[in-house]
Design a protein around this ligand. Structure first.
Ligand SMILES: Nc1ncnc2c1ncn2[C@@H]1O[C@H](COP(=O)(O)OP(=O)(O)OP(=O)(O)O)[C@@H](O)[C@H]1O
Ligand SMILES: [Mg+2]
Length: 407
């Protein structure tokens, strides 16, 4: 059968076309008015006769000058709106960057505090590490990883400008207060659904249902995989550094402790409760150390209790982490312990010896006892819910409560 085009002489879409992209920005504009096959097009017609008799000569000249300038020295302003959080490294604000014609861009600003450094030079040195990692993360642009937009030095104080992640970090979501507020504010029907599918009461704090916890951890593994492929370890995976977004996705934030594997810092700050065994022992921190930390987060999400936070004694903390396989059946809910696949996934993350862990973030997702296999099992057993959607609706409800000042 022959096909006829009703558009006259359009090039056949099945045929290869010659296309020569403009090589420099300074090329004359009439290049733009060529088709991909090279033929000249008529200038775009417009019904607005005022436009054709343009009085914008001066404006056009300015446009032409600006759009060809190789260097633009523009000043931008930022308005701080409210504090988003504060931690060991500094303080984070929500800010807005006003643009033209009522446009404003919300951004998050992190001021890195020099307080915990002995000398200003130590701060500078550490901030160079952060700057290098930030530059790499800015390029990675992974959906489950914080987007870095800029890193500035203002009178020697370093400031990171990043995307504002609208949502809640897991530490905040897991507070008993959050649970009480939800219980009080949600309708009984909604609360029952949430309890069945997403989050329910744990011994110390709320606990997540297995499907949700694994969905969150899988997102984090994807982000870690991207970091590790670029030779970066995060080195501070913990609930406060993972956010659940209004989109239903989880995102790893806070790259303030991250470093390049081929250039490890001499001085490191760690969060002992979530640090892998080898890190606590003062040995090398590797990509597999991030997996162990994420594993501890998973156990906390599933069990509804902080496992090691109360353990101040370094010796006891190490002992507990080395013995974690023995502890798991007592800590985790029965439905988790009974699921061999899930237990094997957890063990592959938290194994005390790195050689017994999954050997990469990617393999933790795809191997036969990985996150994806568990999620497939849920689907087969008809136990899968639309987790991303459920999380999205839940986070949106919480954000609405926050706006009303109820949280
Ligand atoms: N881009 C962001 N968007 C929204 N909230 C954020 C963002 N970055 C940080 N926060 C909030 O601020 C809190 C503290 O930020 P961050 O973890 O970067 O600080 P920190 O000083 O490095 O903390 P710590 O060293 O204790 O991990 C986070 O737990 C989170 O609640
Ligand atoms: Mg943090």
């Amino acid at each position: 059968m022959e096909c006829f085009s009703s558009h006259g002489n359009w090039p056949d879409p099945g045929q290869p076309r010659t296309f020569s992209p403009s090589s420099t920005v300074n090329e004359s504009l009439d290049r733009v008015e060529q088709t991909t096959t090279g033929e000249k097009l008529q200038p775009t017609e417009t019904a607005d006769s005022e436009f054709t008799e343009s009085h914008c000569g001066e404006l056009v000249a300015r446009y032409e000058k600006q759009s060809r300038e190789p260097r633009l020295s523009w000043t931008t302003h930022l308005r701080l709106l409210r504090k988003l959080g504060e931690g060991g490294q500094g303080i984070v604000y929500l800010a807005e960057r006003p643009g033209a014609d009522n446009f404003t861009l919300p951004v998050a600003l992190k001021f890195f505090s020099p307080e915990r450094y002995k000398r200003p030079e130590d701060y500078d040195l550490d901030m160079v590490r952060v700057g290098n990692v930030a530059a790499m993360v800015a390029r990675i642009q992974h959906d489950n990883l914080l987007l870095v937009q800029n890193y500035l030095d203002r009178e020697r104080i370093r400031v990171m400008i990043m995307e504002w992640v609208e949502g809640f970090d897991l530490r905040r979501l897991l507070t008993p207060k959050m649970f009480t507020v939800m219980q009080e504010r949600f309708s009984q029907k909604r609360w029952q659904h949430l309890n069945q599918v997403l989050v329910t009461a744990g011994p110390e704090q709320p606990r997540f249902k297995a499907g949700v916890a694994v969905a969150i951890v899988r997102n984090c593994l994807n982000a870690l995989g991207a970091l590790h492929r670029h030779g970066i370890v995060h080195a501070d995976i913990k609930p406060a550094n993972i956010m659940l977004k209004a989109s239903g996705q989880a995102k790893i934030i806070d790259i303030g402790s991250a470093f390049q594997l081929n250039d490890p810092p001499k001085r490191r700050s760690i969060t002992p409760a979530y640090a892998a065994v080898e890190v606590l022992q003062g040995e090398e921190t590797t990509a597999l150390s991030d997996l162990a930390s994420l594993g501890y987060v998973l156990v906390e999400l599933l069990s509804g209790q902080t496992l090691f936070s109360a353990e101040q004694d370094a010796g006891k903390l190490l002992f507990a982490k080395r013995e974690i396989f023995q502890l798991l059946p007592d800590i985790l809910p029965e439905e988790v312990v009974r699921n061999d696949l899930l237990m094997s996934f957890i063990q592959g993350l938290v194994a005390p010896n790195p050689v017994d862990r999954f050997q990469s973030a990617e393999s933790a997702v795809v191997v036969e006892d990985g996150a994806a296999a568990f999620q497939r099992q849920l689907i087969k057993g008809d136990l899968a819910s639309e987790y991303e959607n459920d999380i999205r609706v839940w986070i949106e409800e919480l954000l609405e409560m926050e706006i009303k000042g109820q949280l």
